[in-house]
Ligand binder design. Structure first.
Ligand SMILES: [Zn+2]
Length: 452
């Protein structure tokens, strides 16, 4: 269905969403509307009045109307009018105070890791990063953007007048009796200042190893490796594959106060009680390799290095592991074997890799089907054989996206020091295929990860 945008523009989003009604087409002097099951007929007069035409209503399922409203009005589009209205109600400053507060609350509620606010030619776009993916939340007019930025600067103790320099700040935010640490940064761009608010997770949000779906087959030997001194445990996967979450689950398992743990991160994503956390700051010359070198002088039992990106960091990490430190880190490679080869390419001799690495985990965070609207479907393959598959069409529970959440699918490759061999405890491809056939993930989604 293609709805004329001029029809849409006549009535505000708030009205259509509250009353579940949407104009779909014009025929002569009549406008056809789709409305929900419980549409109040008294609003028919209102519609007549606004459009100055006859109104013809067709009742359909609520979901159908909602889906159309989200499609044509956007999920949460805030227009200038709403700002103006709030301004009249409360005075201009409180508009921005409330706006920023509500935005941060939404970020926390949606489990976003960061909020991006970017200016463009005519408008500013607000996006939330949820499960590693940036999703547009709303668009605001440029002239409102200035007020929003100023409010964020005040909250972050930044210089409001400064518009051309990089600035960093912190916000303590209390929401539902819980304290959140937010890190804000502002970067000047050609269109104005871009803001990123990072929402740090607290220790209590950190997952346990049991909750991240490596499975018992992996967790049992992994826990042994964590409890034994020395060696490297590596997690690999593309951006947004939950690598940091996995490392934190391991730290969580280790963090009992009897051992000294230091992390070097870019940037710190969670705050962990009793753990020394170092933030990488390239502009100040604090990078992974020199932080790691300094950290080692303090002789920690466990070191978490956010990522091994260069030769120097790789070599120091291996040396630390061989001299009795447990090193947890990540590598940006697609599979476990690739990580081993990458380290070799970085100039670490193979025998040292066999001596130091205990296990390499490779993982993906894969979208699951919404369990509320999941259904079996039957498809034909190229040989015309029918096979069973699953899909989620979307429902109110999943905001019509068909996504239930994310599941971590992984493989674990253990390095055997003695005979210099590798053993797979689990296999990523098998895990993906199994999840497709069980209907946990869709075939399409699974295939995306299988083709890598
Ligand atoms: Zn659903």
């Amino acid at each position: 269905m293609d709805i004329d945008i001029n029809l849409i523009n006549v009535i505000p989003r708030k009205f259509v969403l509250e009353n579940l009604v949407i104009p779909v087409s014009t025929k002569g002097e009549t406008i056809n509307f789709l409305c929900g099951e419980n549409f109040d007929d008294t609003f028919k007069a209102y519609l007549k009045f606004i459009y100055r035409k006859e109104v013809f209503l067709t009742r359909v399922k609520d979901e159908k109307v909602k889906k159309l409203i989200f499609k044509y009005y956007g999920d949460t589009h805030i227009s200038s009018e709403i700002f103006k209205k709030e301004e009249e109600d409360k005075g201009s400053n409180s508009t921005y105070i409330d706006f920023v507060e509500n935005l941060i609350k939404k970020g926390i509620e949606d489990n976003a890791s960061d909020i991006h606010i970017e200016p463009f030619n005519k408008e500013a776009r607000i996006r939330l990063r949820v499960y590693g993916i940036l999703e547009e939340d709303r668009v605001i007019p440029l002239k409102e953007y200035e007020g929003v930025i100023s409010r964020i600067k005040i909250l972050s103790s930044m210089d409001i007048a400064e518009k051309r320099k990089f600035q960093e700040g912190k916000i303590r935010f209390l929401y539902k009796d819980k304290n959140y640490d937010l890190r804000t940064s502002i970067i000047p761009t050609v269109n104005g200042e871009k803001v990123v608010i990072r929402i740090l997770k607290k220790g209590e949000d950190i997952k346990n190893l049991e909750d991240i779906n490596y499975g018992e087959k992996v967790n049992r030997p992994l826990k042994n490796m964590l409890k034994n001194q020395g060696g490297i445990i590596l997690v690999t996967g593309p951006t947004g594959s939950g690598k940091t979450t996995s490392l934190y689950a391991m730290l969580n398992y280790l963090n009992e106060g009897k051992i000294n743990i230091t992390t070097i991160e870019d940037p710190v994503e969670y705050t962990l009680k009793g753990v020394n956390q170092v933030n990488i700051n390239n502009s100040l010359g604090i990078n992974f390799s020199n932080s790691l070198r300094v950290t080692l002088r303090q002789d920690p039992d466990v070191i978490m290095v956010g990522e091994i990106r260069d030769e120097e960091t790789a070599k120091i990490a291996v040396r630390a592991a061989i001299t009795g430190h447990l090193v947890l880190s990540t590598l940006h490679t697609n599979n476990a074997l690739g990580a081993f080869n990458r380290l070799e390419d970085m100039g670490v001799p193979k025998y040292l890799l066999y001596d130091s690495i205990k296990v390499i985990l490779s993982q993906r965070l894969v979208k699951t089907l919404c369990p509320y609207c999941k259904e079996e479907i039957y498809l034909k393959n190229e040989e015309k054989n029918i096979y069973k598959s699953f899909q989620s069409r979307g429902c109110t529970k999943c905001s019509f996206k068909g996504i239930g959440g994310r599941v971590l699918l992984s493989e674990a490759m253990v390095i055997n020091r003695k005979d210099k061999s590798m053993t797979f405890l689990t296999n990523l491809e098998e895990n993906i295929r199994e999840s497709i056939s069980k209907g946990i993930i869709s075939r399409e989604e699974g295939m995306r990860y299988l083709s890598i």
